[in-house]
Design a protein around this ligand. Structure first.
Ligand code: PLP
Length: 385
C-alpha cells in the first residue's frame, strides 16, 4: 500500500538523535532551546515554544489567551478535532464558521457575517482559530481586519503549514496572529515523532506558555512570588501540565528543519505533477490563490457527483483495492458524535459537509517517486471509469 503520507529520516537525523542518547540530558534541555531558535529564525518570529504535540500547543495558546468558561472559540469545521477541542479543555464553548468552496479554508465572508450577528446577540468569540488547510494559508490580512474590528484574538492552526508562505512571508511569523501552532506528527511536513510548537511575537504570551508547559512551575528566582530560600526551591504559580518534549525529539526536529525548504520543494513539484497528470479528468483539482505558497501537506481532489460517474466512496474503495492509501480530510468536526451531543447537526455547515462527501487525499510525501505517482494516477483513472 502506498501511504498518503510518510516521514523522511536522513542519516543526519539519526546521528542527531543518537548524539542526544549518548549525552547526559534526555528530556527538555539544550536541544529544545536549539530547536526553538531554529523555528524562530525560520519563521522570522520573536518566540517559539516547543511542546509534546500540536494539540498541547493549541491548549497552551488558549490558556495563555485566558480562554475560559463563558467564552467562545470559533474554528473551521474542516479540520482535525484538536482545533476545536482546545476550547473545551478550557471550559469554553466552540462554534464553527463554514468553509470557502475553493480553498476549503474558513470562509472570510461567512466569518464577517457571523461576527455581525454575534455582536448583536452579545456572543462574540474571544478566539478565532483559522486552519491553513492542506498547507495553503488563510487570508490572514482579512481575518486580522475583522479581529481589529470585533476584538477577538487569533490562533492560527498551522499544523499543515510549516514552510508555507503568505504574501511572501513565512507562515508562523505572527504578523497577523497572536499565536501560530505547528505539528510535527510523522505525516506532517517536518517530524519529531510526536511534537508541536507555538510561535508568537508577544514575549509575555510565550512566557505564559513556557510556564504552563511544565506544571506552571518556575525555577527562575527573578520570577518568584516569594524569596528563594535556596537553589532547590521552585514555585508553582499556575495550574500547568507536563507538555514537555524530549531532547531526543527536539534534536530530530532541529535536524529535520535543515531540510524544510527541500521537503516543501519536493511536495510542490509532486503537486505540480499531479496537476499535469490529472488534467482533463472529471475531478476538481486543488486551487491555489496568488498570495499563498502552500507547504502541500495534502493533495486533495474532489469527486463531484455532477461531473463524475462515480461517487467518492466508490473511488476511495477502488483505490484502496488497488493498493493506494488514499484518505479523507476531514470529517466535519461538528458531525462527530461528541459534537452532535453538544447540539450540532447535519446541515449546520453545508459547504464543509458537501466538501466532505467529495474529498479524497492522494498520496503526497517527500519520498513518493514518479513511478508510484503514475500508479496512483492510473488507479484513479480506472476508478473513475
Ligand atoms: C495534526 C493536526 C493537529 C494535531 O497535531 P498533533 O501534533 O497530532 O497533536 C491539529 N490540527 C490540525 C489541523 C492537524 O492536522
Amino acid at each position: 500500500m502506498i501511504p498518503y503520507g510518510r516521514q523522511n529520516i536522513s542519516e543526519a537525523d539519526i546521528a542527531a538523535v543518537v548524539d542526544v542518547l549518548r549525552s547526559d540530558w534526555l528530556t527538555q534541555g539544550p536541544a529544545v532551546e536549539r530547536f526553538e531558535q531554529i523555528i524562530t529564525g525560520y519563521c522570522q518570529v520573536g518566540n517559539a515554544v516547543v511542546v509534546c504535540n500540536a494539540t498541547a500547543a493549541l491548549h497552551l495558546a488558549c490558556r495563555a489567551l485566558e480562554l475560559g468558561p463563558g467564552d467562545w472559540l470559533w474554528t473551521s469545521p474542516n479540520t482535525f478535532v484538536a482545533s476545536a477541542n482546545c476550547a473545551l479543555y478550557c471550559g469554553a464553548q466552540v462554534d464553527f464558521v463554514d468553509i470557502d468552496p475553493v480553498t476549503y479554508n474558513m470562509d472570510v465572508d461567512a466569518l464577517a457575517a457571523k461576527l455581525e450577528q454575534a455582536e448583536r446577540s452579545g456572543r462574540l468569540p474571544k478566539i478565532v482559530v483559522p486552519v491553513h488547510f492542506a498547507g495553503q494559508s488563510c487570508d490572514m490580512a482579512a481575518i486580522r481586519r475583522l479581529a481589529d474590528r470585533y476584538g477577538f484574538r487569533i490562533v492560527e492552526d498551522a499544523a499543515h503549514a510549516i514552510g508555507a508562505r503568505y504574501r511572501g512571508e513565512p507562515v508562523g511569523n505572527c504578523r497577523y496572529a497572536d499565536i501560530s501552532v505547528f505539528s510535527f506528527h510523522p505525516v506532517k511536513i517536518v517530524t519529531t515523532g510526536e511534537g508541536g510548537a507555538a510561535t508568537t511575537g508577544n514575549a509575555e504570551l510565550a512566557e505564559k506558555m513556557r510556564l504552563l508547559r511544565s506544571h506552571g512551575i518556575t525555577r527562575d528566582p527573578a520570577r518568584m512570588d516569594r524569596p528563594s530560600p535556596g537553589s532547590w526551591y521552585y514555585e508553582q504559580q499556575a495550574l500547568g501540565y507536563n507538555y514537555r518534549i524530549t531532547d531526543i525529539q527536539a534534536a530530530l526536529g532541529a535536524s529535520q528543519m535543515q531540510r524544510l525548504d527541500e521537503f516543501v520543494a519536493r511536495r510542490t513539484a509532486l503537486a505540480g505533477r499531479y496537476g499535469e497528470l490529472l488534467r482533463g479528468l472529471p475531478v476538481h483539482l486543488p486551487e491555489q490563490l496568488a498570495y499563498t505558497a502552500s507547504s502541500w501537506h495534502l493533495y486533495v481532489i474532489r469527486i463531484d457527483a455532477g461531473v463524475s460517474n462515480n461517487t467518492r466512496d466508490e473511488v476511495f474503495a477502488a483505490m484502496r483495492q488497488a493498493g493506494v492509501g488514499v484518505n479523507v480530510h476531514y470529517i466535519p468536526v461538528h458531525l462527530q458524535p461528541y459534537y452532535r451531543n453538544l447540539g450540532f447537526q447535519p446541515g449546520d455547515f453545508p459547504a464543509a459537509e458537501r466538501y466532505y462527501q467529495e474529498a479524497i487525499s492522494l498520496p503526497l510525501f517527500y519520498d513518493l517517486v514518479d513511478s508510484q505517482q503514475a500508479l496512483v494516477v492510473n488507479a484513479l483513472k480506472r476508478a473513475l471509469q
